[in-house]
Design a protein around this ligand. Structure first.
Ligand code: 1CP
Length: 350
């Protein structure tokens, strides 16, 4: 493994890469690294439902630590969900297994009725989990706090649940632009407070998931989703923690994304990292972007795919290895172990 050595940088490889500074090796973690592909996660989930798991700090800490322990990940990600803070806004929430909202938001009156909650009151269990993780995690695996981007949260709130197209949510943007903008701003302001609270509780980096933004054309992105995420990032600028923005399936939007203010941009597998780097420039780090299904390939092919991602990222600092989206639940954990070890070995820099 790659820890130690007299000249080891004071900063963890993950935090160094976030700041485009040289790291001892390319850091690696994977989206949805805590979850159902791990038998130790399934064991806990067989005893409690998902909401209980997110609301019980000891259990949330345990499942956050599981992949760090098993694989030696270079970062941990808080075990929670992007929808968790929405309950405190006054929106009752269920999971089956994705988020379900009984009364979707479809009017300006419903938008006006939403609260911007104090995180210590709305989600004390999340902040307690973050605090406990600060005691448990090694310095080599800093904690990433996270939130949903306003547009992605908007998708669930207006649609009422998961969808392949989020047509109702997108239709609302076109039909009710003013109410939409109001909702997006309210979500941005709520998420600023939520992420700020996570950083104050000890999160070392913050990630904003824009999972559904690839459904938008460039004009709707620039008019609605982008200003809201930019507002969010501006609101967090005063914090001394790196900000990661992940515009999933957003390769055609990267020219706009470049100006969002994030330190790191997550890239899905549809765009080579070299192209992303060209658009984003040398001062923004990239995170990604192995196709999650590559983990089902024989080891030699998996190694080849990993090497290609590393080669695409190039020798400049500022690459955090990750999948291009969340890990599939049928993935063999041994393939993940191979991935982490291979990235560490190949990218070792003394
Ligand atoms: O065990 C279970 O049944 C629950 C499955 C599950 C898990 C493990 C859900 C429901 N959420 C989570 C945890 C989670 N969600 C994490 C922390 C774990 C980790 O990464 O290790 C994070 C960061 C999220 C974020 C999240 N939730 C996103 C953004 C990231 C992405 O994958 O794009 C989204 C879109 C959600 C919504 C959601 N929550 C759960 C599901 C199954 C879904 C997506 C399904 C849908 O849209 O219907």
């Amino acid at each position: 493994m790659s820890e130690g050595g007299d000249a080891a940088p004071a900063m963890s490889p993950f935090l160094a890469a976030c700041r485009c500074e040289p790291a001892a090796h390319t850091p690696v973690w994977i989206m949805r690294q805590a979850g159902r592909y791990l038998p130790e996660y399934r064991k806990i989930r067989s005893e409690v439902d998902f909401l209980t798991l997110t609301k019980t700090p000891d259990l949330a800490v345990e499942v956050t630590l599981q992949p760090v322990r098993r694989f030696g990940m270079d970062a941990a990600i808080l075990f929670s969900d992007i929808m968790t803070p929405v309950e405190g806004m006054g929106v009752p929430l269920d999971f089956a297994p994705g988020p379900v909202i009984e009364t979707p938001i479809r009017s300006v009156e419903q938008v006006d009725a939403l609260r911007i909650p104090d995180p210590e009151e709305g989600v004390p269990f999340v902040l307690e989990t973050v605090r406990l993780l600060g005691e448990e995690l090694p310095d080599s695996a800093p904690l990433i706090g996270f939130a949903g981007a306003p547009f992605t949260l908007f998708c669930y709130l207006v649609q009422g649940g998961g969808s392949k197209t989020f047509s109702e949510a997108k239709a609302f943007l076109f039909a009710e632009p003013e109410a939409s903008r109001k909702l997006l701003e309210k979500l941005a302001d709520t998420m600023v407070r939520y992420l700020e609270a996570q950083a104050l509780a000890g999160a070392k980096a913050l990630m904003i998931f824009d999972s559904w933004v690839g459904l938008l054309g460039p004009e709707q992105y620039r008019e609605f989703a982008f200003p809201a995420v930019r507002r969010m990032i501006e609101g967090l600028d005063h914090l001394d923690v790196p900000l990661i923005y992940f515009p999933n399936q957003g390769s055609t939007l990267l020219g706009t994304v470049r100006d969002c203010g994030a330190d790191v941009v997550g890239i899905d597998w549809r765009l080579p990292l070299a192209d992303a780097r060209k658009t984003l420039g040398p001062e923004i780090a990239v995170q990604g972007n192995l196709d999650p299904t590559a983990l089902f390939a024989p080891r030699d092919e998996l190694a080849r795919q990993i090497d290609r991602v590393l080669a695409d990222a190039g020798p400049a600092p500022g690459h955090i290895f990750n999948l291009g989206h969340g890990i599939e639940r049928t993935t063999d954990p041994d393939a993940v172990a191979f991935l982490v070890d291979h990235v560490h070995e190949v990218s070792q820099r003394g």
